[in-house]
Design a protein around this ligand. Sequence first.
Ligand code: HEC
Ligand code: HEC
Length: 202
Amino acid sequence: MKPTHSFIAGFTLAAFAGALWVSRPLVAAEPSAAAHAAVGASNDGTLFTAFVPVLRHPRCMNCHSKGDFPRQGDDGHRHTMNVRRGPDGHGVTAEKCSTCHQDHNLAGAHLPPGAPQWGLPPANMPMSWQGLTDALLCASIKDPKQNKGRNLDQLVEHLTEDKLVGWGWNPGEGRTPVPIPHDEFSAKVKQWQAAGAPCPAR
Ligand code: HEC
Ligand code: HEC
């Protein structure tokens, strides 16, 4: 019964190849939290890229961009009314951010959003992430010379508990919140921390 044999062998091979073909893209498309945990300190930077969409969102980038002014909207246009950074990040001369921004959002479309310490990073340490690759952004937020002397624990605390950062999840009427739920974001940041905060390759 030679023909049957080779038919079965051929079929088995085809089925096996098919299974491989199907399983590959699935694994590549959706690396689960469990998969990450299993590989542990996979120094490939995926633990960082898992939460970087939050940092790159306009709710964060509008204060973490280049230039001596904040930005507004999902298109990151320059802040209206010629608002500028000023040396300490809170504006120039008498026109401070706090003239309009309070420690909470004002209700109503196009009214000033707010959170405690509303302002830009200072001019001498602007914490600008605009134009950085994932590798450089990762290195920048970890660098005490660029992050106001924070060590890793303090950086993680800032990312997961700071009120200004937290505003990104509650940005006020008419503004899109950052894309990952807060508890999920915090878990991903802590997973990255636990693995030694690896950055993507340059
Ligand atoms: C004269 C009033 C005024 C001053 C002063 C002011 N802002 Fe604003 N700001 C606003 C208003 C109003 C909005 C909301 C605009 C809208 O939603 O269309 C806004 C929006 C913003 C946004 C946009 C949020 C987003 O993601 O869309 C940022 C960031 C911001 N301001 C930062 C600052 C900073 C930093 C300062 C000080 C350096 C400052 N503003 C000073 C009135 C002001
Ligand atoms: C209204 C402006 C504003 C917004 C919006 C904002 N930040 Fe910041 N951010 C600041 C200021 C000011 C500092 C410096 C505060 C300090 O050092 O004490 C800072 C510092 C940081 C730092 C530490 C410095 C560094 O580069 O490592 C991180 C991390 C950070 N912000 C993350 C975020 C994330 C994530 C979001 C969005 C969810 C965000 N920020 C939104 C103003 C802002």
